[in-house]
Design a protein around this ligand. Sequence first.
Ligand code: 6GU
Length: 233
Amino acid sequence: MRIDIVTIFPEFFSVLDVSLIGKARQSGLIELAVHDLRDSTHDRHRTVDDTPYGGGAGMVMKPEPWGEALDGILQADDPGAGSSSVVIFPSPAGEPFTQAIARELALAPHLVFGCGRYEGIDQRVVEHTKTRATVREISLGDYVLNGGEVAAMAMIEAIGRLVPGMVGNPESLTEESHEAGLLEYPSYTKPSVWRDLDVPPVLLSGNHGAIATWRHEQQLERTRRVRPDLLSE
Ligand code: 6GU
């Protein structure tokens, strides 16, 4: 998988050198490039924003630098075959990011993250990009971040670990929270008693059927308690 990121804060993404994503980059499974949006400006001040038409608070990111940056990234696509690129604009106004979306995007050969700041990007950039790539405006959740960088990072981590060939033990992907529409069961390791707290005895019983039943009950109980919305869907 190829990942391109466009941002005015390229240094934000240096953390992607470490952890699982860093390993995937070293092994060549994920090829990642970070682009400074200001490299696609042509004025002395490298301006990327301007005041909003219609008035209102804050600044809006200008379309021209975005157009030029995305031109450079998307031109490598084969126009005859139709673009296989997915351009993601992280936005609090987007569709909610889910494990299902992460699974879907993990199969795409080319992802582009357009990280906006301020009050957003001129909407024509989104409309124009739709003429040559699949576009998704995606939100991390119902709260506001200062820009798309942290959101893109979270999405890249969620997507990256699902890229075929990424994780040593594929079972650890299917047994976790959200994969079955339920939250994960609680986990324990040695010692069996710690600070007077026992590990649930069923886990020491060696009875695999009983353990599976207990874990499923725990998943249901936890989901009912903290995320009842997941059960009513
Ligand atoms: Cl994707 N971007 C911003 N700026 N704020 C957010 C978000 C994204 N998701 C939740 N809040």
